[in-house]
Ligand binder design. Structure first.
Ligand code: AMP
Length: 351
């Protein structure tokens, strides 16, 4: 067990790191963020910030020497430099990062566990794309295999000749068949080092241009009917990875059952509602798990919970939002509101 007062290292300096650090502070831990940006919004609420490039091995080793355990708040942390962390435990482990960093690995991993994914085909060349269109067909979505988030690095191909406009550069891609879903939902679970597992209620998620717009709990009956199969898959994934911490799997709810979309080896935007809406939040349970503490209960604190992201200029409504006492406002401290940038979120509890 990591004792209160010791230091938790966080790789990555965004809002997820900020909320993890706030949860860690409540349990008496100090946090030390490693993030290349000098204006990290996680570092603002942490005891220490190592501001260095991901490839700076000396800085990585000095950072690790200060930490009792290290975690990550985003899955695109380069894996190779992490060897400089030495013997300090990295939780969740490297294998989870390697799987989740690449959409192809992720889909193969899930398919091996018996999960259903969209039909997919690897695309490295223009010929691969022709083959993918023959095998998978259109409509479909061409996605970068690595570094994509919030719908970035995606091209929709509604009919085959849309593909003519796509120039295949040197980036590994994956082509996915379009899934006809009636809803999207996520399974968020936490696994302790002793193998104990908790799940939060699954939120029904709606996206706007690829970015999460809102998460609602409870999900509709039709979605709830698919949660148990989706949880089974998530638990299998966590066991196979000997996972410690919060793990998120996103699903499409279809007439034929849940179809896996992607996984995140971390706390997730569709779990932000758990701060007020569950007895223990995703952030607190993640810290508990990586520090070897017992996991907290995840039951709902109210009958209806809704989380809405404040994106771009929408964040400027904050004074109106605060006027309604049912709203719990979270602003991430980002200075510049750019279109599509997540500036904060608001959670509403209802009865
Ligand atoms: P992703 O970054 O892969 O999660 O994609 C962002 C959003 O695009 C998803 O939440 C879906 O709304 C949509 N999307 C992604 N992949 C597919 C697919 N294969 N079929 C239908 N919609 C998709």
């Amino acid at each position: 067990m990591i004792a209160p007062g010791e230091t938790v290292g966080i790789l990555g300096g965004g809002q997820l790191g900020r909320m993890l650090a706030m949860a860690a502070a409540r349990l008496g831990y100090r946090c030390h963020v490693f993030a290349p940006e000098s204006d990290s919004i996680a570092a603002e609420v942490c005891a220490q910030h190592t501001c260095a490039d991901w490839t700076d091995l000396a800085a990585m080793a000095t950072f690790a020497a200060d930490c009792a355990v290290i975690t990550y708040e985003f899955e695109n942390v380069p894996v190779a430099p992490l060897k400089a962390l030495g013997d300090v435990p990295l939780l969740p482990g490297l294998r989870a990062l390697e799987v989740a960093q690449d959409r192809l690995n992720e889909k193969r991993f899930v398919a091996q566990l018996g999960g259903t994914t969209a039909p997919f085909h690897l695309v490295d060349t223009a010929e691969d794309l022709d083959l993918a269109l023959i095998e998978v067909g259109s409509p479909g979505i061409l996605k970068t295999r690595r570094d994509g988030y919030d719908g970035k690095g995606q091209w929709r191909i509604m009919v085959d000749h849309d593909a003519d406009a796509v120039r295949i550069a040197d980036i590994p891609l994956i082509y996915e068949g379009f899934v006809h879903f009636f809803a999207e939902f996520s399974v968020i679970m936490c696994r302790g080092g002793d193998g104990a597992v908790v799940f939060w209620d699954s939120a029904e998620n709606t996206h706007n241009v690829g970015i999460l717009d809102r998460s609602v709990v409870p999900a509709s009956q039709a979605v709830q009917a698919q949660v148990s199969a989706a949880r089974d898959l998530a638990a299998k994934a966590a066991n196979a990875l000997d996972y410690v911490g919060v793990l998120t799997l996103e699903f499409f709810a279809t007439d034929a059952g849940p179809v896996f979309n992607e996984m995140a080896p971390r706390v997730h935007n569709s779990g932000h509602w758990t701060v007020e809406g569950a007895l223990t939040s995703q952030f607190e349970n993640h810290i508990r798990a990586i520090c070897g503490l017992p996991l907290g209960a995840t039951a709902l604190t109210s009958a209806h919970v809704e989380m809405r992201n404040l994106i771009g200029d929408a964040a400027e409504d904050w004074d109106t939002l605060l006027a309604d006492p049912a709203n719990h406002l979270h602003l991430y401290g980002k200075v510049a509101a750019r279109p599509g940038r997540k500036m904060g979120h608001v959670t509403r509890l209802g009865w």
